[in-house]
Design a protein around this ligand. Structure first.
Ligand code: ASP
Length: 448
């Protein structure tokens, strides 16, 4: 490791630990309402946003466009792109399903919600649900499985690509970059100067990310202190504490056992060494709770430290930040079963299968921004409620206000699941590197 890299790593870890200490012991106060705490942490939150998160967000759309384009032109042949794309999708879907299955096994074994009395939580939960109700019950949000699919397709074909980019939508930007990349390769020699210009632009954007990385210690300290300061770590008691521990245990097992095992088996790479190489994006994801804002760092580190090929990483990572969310999928499954347990309803195997499918879709549909998974979780609740009503119309349905029960702890869980989301993308990039290594000569030949 270079000396500057070591200094930066030490600074980042120190900032993280200091952030937790300051948030928990100097800001958090259980006697004070969350509104007052939010006011207290507002300045810290703003400094963190301005110094670190906003500069990263500034790069997301340009980098997604340029990285995907460079990745596609380096793959060259559309047939090979199809193979890489297919393998990537297979990876995303299977790992999300593994994560959900693990979550379901844990929540059914630990039963964090069993024996609790829902009525004891109602007043408080209804009050906190009000703050998020408009987002969860947004009439424009897709509700059924079919609608989620249609919504995805709709996003993939932007009527106005510039508008989509201006609005910060990554999925349509990826689609346009793939198309243009393929077209630039297929026009042969005349496309070459443009491809080279984009390669230069890509290197320049990566350089900017490297500069921004030096702001990471300040950003991580401010954001973590603000988050811990508003939520505190004391809520880890009673059924909500047990629920949080179930989610964290699931995330740890998925992040440190399942995903590493896959990388070791299919990528023939030492997963823990790779984890260390990718520590900056994982920590950034933890600090910002946003896979999208973390994306520039994920791409930069995958290239510079992680040994991922341009062909794989530039394609797998931007798409993964929007689609592949193992942590979110696992958390949604645990949360929904937990809330049903609190209501005293034991879900059947069929209903758990519905959770498996809808949680995958709703995690895919969740944007890479804070709390997105909490909002799209309504899709899973609607689907299970429908299945309950189809079996027996007299069975009680899970009311959406119950989401208020898990809202308080969600800020902290969001940080943990986002770290796993980004780690899952990073593992995918390393595995697909085996399938699509960078071979410059081949590219030269393809463009000649
Ligand atoms: N914050 C998560 C992410 O950006 C999404 C979620 O809320 O689960 O990946």
């Amino acid at each position: 490791m270079k000396k500057s890299d070591l200094v930066l790593t030490i600074l980042i870890f120190a900032a993280l630990i200091l952030g937790v200490i300051v948030g928990q012991f100097f800001i958090w106060d259980p006697a004070v309402t969350s509104d007052v705490l939010s006011q207290k942490t507002a300045a810290l939150q703003q400094i963190g946003e301005l110094t670190f998160v906003q500069p990263l967000k500034m790069l997301v759309i340009p980098l997604v466009f340029v990285a995907v384009l460079v990745g596609v032109t380096s793959i060259g042949d559309p047939q090979r792109l199809g193979l890489v794309g297919g393998a990537t999708m297979l990876y995303y879907i299977t790992t999300m399903m593994f994560a959900i299955t693990l979550g379901l096994i844990l929540v059914n074994t630990i039963k964090p919600g069993a024996g609790a009395n829902l009525a004891d939580f109602e007043t408080e939960a209804r009050a906190s649900y009000q703050t998020t109700q408009s987002a969860v019950e947004n009439p424009d949000a897709p509700t059924g499985v079919g609608e989620v699919f249609l919504n995805l397709i709709d996003q993939m074909i932007p009527a106005n690509p510039l508008k989509a980019a201006v609005e910060g939508q990554t999925l349509p930007t990826v689609v346009v970059a793939i198309l243009l990349g393929l077209a630039l390769v297929s026009v042969g020699k005349v496309g070459r100067p443009t491809i080279e210009a984009f390669e230069g632009l890509f290197q320049a954007l990566i350089k900017i990310v490297m500069w921004i990385l030096w702001l990471m210690p300040i950003g991580v300290f401010c954001i973590v202190a603000a988050r811990v300061g508003t939520s505190g770590l004391d809520e880890l008691a009673g059924p909500i504490g047990k629920y949080a521990l179930t989610v964290v245990l699931g995330l740890l097992l998925h992040g440190f056992v399942t995903l590493p095992l896959l990388l070791w088996l299919f990528g023939r790479t030492n997963p823990y060494r790779y984890f260390w190489q990718m520590r900056k994006p994982v920590l950034t994801a933890f600090g910002t709770a946003s896979s999208a804002a973390t994306l520039p760092i994920t791409i930069e580190e995958a290239h510079r430290s992680g040994g991922c090929s341009k062909r794989a990483a530039n394609f797998v990572l931007p798409l993964g930040a929007t689609i592949n969310m193992d942590g979110t999928a696992l958390y949604q499954a645990v949360a929904v079963v937990f809330l049903f347990q609190m209501m005293g309803t034991d879900l059947t195997l069929t209903q758990q299968l519905i959770i498996l499918i809808t949680a995958t879709l709703s995690a895919i549909g969740a944007a890479g921004i804070p709390s997105a998974g909490l909002v799209t979780m309504a899709i899973v609740i609607y689907a299970v409620n429908n299945s309950l009503a189809a079996g027996d119309p007299n069975l009680p349905q899970l009311p959406l206000w119950t989401i208020g029960i898990i809202l308080g702890i969600d800020r902290l869980l969001d940080m943990c699941r986002t770290a796993v989301n980004v780690w899952g993308d990073a593992i995918g990039a390393r595995m697909i590197t085996k399938l699509a290594p960078d071979i410059d000569d081949e590219r030269e030949a393809a463009m000649a």
